[in-house]
Design a protein around this ligand. Structure first.
Ligand code: ZN
Length: 498
């Protein structure tokens, strides 16, 4: 009978963008252990007795909720009479196990969480057909979510990969910190804010002269003439001229970091992250900045505004710099967000588990944050001259944060720095009584309109969407994405003969 049944098409299992997360690897390992144990006819209790561990602990391992220590893994392998390597094979042991792993992964995705549907926990009694069907639907959902993303997709994926890479390093790049400290010595830096004069000396040491010009090409922020050792910058007198040190440092950074012409968009992005990092590491040097932050932590008085003022940088630069230093040097996990007044993320970072909204590619840029989050609550305040402090209860725990609003040419924006509840005690503003509840990505939290309003208005509403130009605009291709090379070469030629 079974032989005459038509062959069932085998659905390709979904391969989510985060398929190689430690969680996914742990789940596969757990399923391989369970498979061998079942084949050997052992119960969890029996295996537990053999390896000196409780059945409940082993159950956590088999379900991928706990990663076993090497010693436990070796004991399990010995008790099951298989080599450790066999348990570590990255594929699930059977089709059934592969389906269970795929289902678990799919249900952990932000895409699925955003649908507000329940988590299915397969048991021994769950038919394999049912699993095939559910996993097949997940695969199709994933495919469609990704297919809907148009041309800037490559850029978004590259950006996401880079953000994850930085997160794995707690946003700390010690090699660049070292290079920055060395360059600062050549500039004669001692303490406090870095002067423009010191930046000029740093450039001189590398063989460059800083030259301020009125006719910089429109598509550039700075232009470097390698042949004649010149870095061209905008005029020193423009409003917001504090950014000039940063621009000069970024231009110097390409030389210090040994950058060559970017080979790909990912390469271009990485270079941009590195030069921004170098500039920040010069403006808020590791030694001086860590000493300042350590004193503030000891006094339980950490505040972005003090850090900003001590080093004469923007609020955003100070906030972002905290993400480089607080985890490695002060043992604090944290998040940073720059959110527009429309609620969309412009930049974000977390290593404290704050559930940032993502699209199908894993990108956070352009995604709307929860209305209960401080970045949005801050805009509802009457007085925005001081930092807004708030506790936010989320499905991942409670976070404390400090938010400052500002206005840029592109509109209002909010800069948030936050930490898990337990770390709030080190920060000024911890005594705030402002507390909100966020259930996002549960759509019922703040995404689903009130039913009575939806009923009244959905037949009559015809909104026209604003486009996040700065986030989604595809960059023109070329050696330096976004740069008008014709204009740059004409500019260099014009100045080289002066
Ligand atoms: Zn919400």
């Amino acid at each position: 009978m079974a032989d005459s049944a038509p062959p069932r098409p085998v659905i390709a299992l979904p391969t989510p963008t985060d398929a190689v997360t430690p969680e996914a690897a742990g789940l596969t390992l757990g399923r391989r252990i369970r498979h061998v144990r079942t084949v050997r006819g052992m119960t969890l209790d029996q295996l537990g007795a053999a390896v000196g561990s409780g059945a409940s602990q082993l159950s956590l391992v088999e379900n991928g909720h706990r990663e076993p220590r090497v010693s436990l893994l070796q004991a399990i392998a010995a008790a099951l009479e298989v080599p450790v390597a066999e348990l570590l094979v990255p594929e699930p042991p059977t089709r059934r196990a592969a389906l269970e792993v795929a289902l678990e992964r799919a249900q952990r995705s932000t895409l699925y969480a955003g649908l507000g549907l329940p988590q299915v926990r397969p048991t021994k009694g769950t038919p394999t057909d049912a699993l095939e069907a559910i996993v097949g639907l997940h695969a199709e959902l994933d495919r469609r979510a990704n297919a809907a993303i148009a041309t800037p997709e490559e850029a978004r994926r590259a950006n996401t990969a880079l953000r994850r890479w930085m997160r794995e390093r707690d946003n700390d790049l010690p090699e660049i910190e070292d290079l920055a400290e060395e360059a600062l010595q050549h500039g004669g830096y001692v303490s406090g804010a870095l002067t423009h004069r010191a930046v000029a000396r740093m450039a001189e040491h590398l063989g460059f002269t800083l030259i301020h010009v009125e006719d910089l090409p429109h598509s550039t922020r700075t232009v470097t003439d390698l042949a004649n050792g010149r870095i061209y910058l905008p005029p020193a007198s423009i409003p917001g001229g504090h950014g000039l040190r940063s621009l000069a440092l970024q231009a110097i950074a390409h030389r210090v970091l040994g950058h060559s012409t970017p080979r790909s968009y990912a390469d271009f992005l990485r270079q941009r992250v590195e030069i921004n990092y170098f500039a920040a590491a010069c403006l808020l040097p590791r030694g001086a900045a860590v000493a300042f932050l350590t004193d503030a932590k000891r006094a339980k008085d950490l505040a972005v505004e003090d850090f900003r003022d001590a080093f004469g940088v923007t609020h955003e630069t100070a906030a972002q710099r905290m993400t480089n230093l607080l985890t490695t040097h002060l043992d604090l996990r944290l998040h940073f967000l720059r959110v527009g007044d429309d609620g969309a993320i412009y930049k974000g970072y977390e290593n404290d588990g704050l559930p940032l909204p993502t699209d199908g590619t894993g990108a956070i840029e352009g995604q709307l944050v929860c209305r209960a989050w401080p970045a949005r609550m801050a805009f509802t305040r009457g007085d925005r001259t001081t930092e807004h402090h708030q506790y936010t209860d989320t499905p991942a725990g409670t976070y404390w944060s400090s938010t400052q609003t500002g206005v840029a040419a592109t509109g209002g924006f909010a800069i948030s720095v936050g930490v898990p509840f337990g770390s709030a005690k080190w920060f000024r503003g911890r005594e705030t009584t402002t507390r909100t509840t966020s259930r996002c990505p549960d759509p019922a939290c703040c995404r689903t309109p009130a039913p009575e309003l939806a009923e009244r208005w959905s037949p009559h509403a015809w909104p026209s969407a604003a486009v996040h130009a700065q986030i989604l605009a595809p960059l023109p291709s070329g050696t330096f994405p976004g740069v008008d090379e014709t204009e740059v070469y004409a500019f260099l030629d014009r100045h080289a003969h002066r």
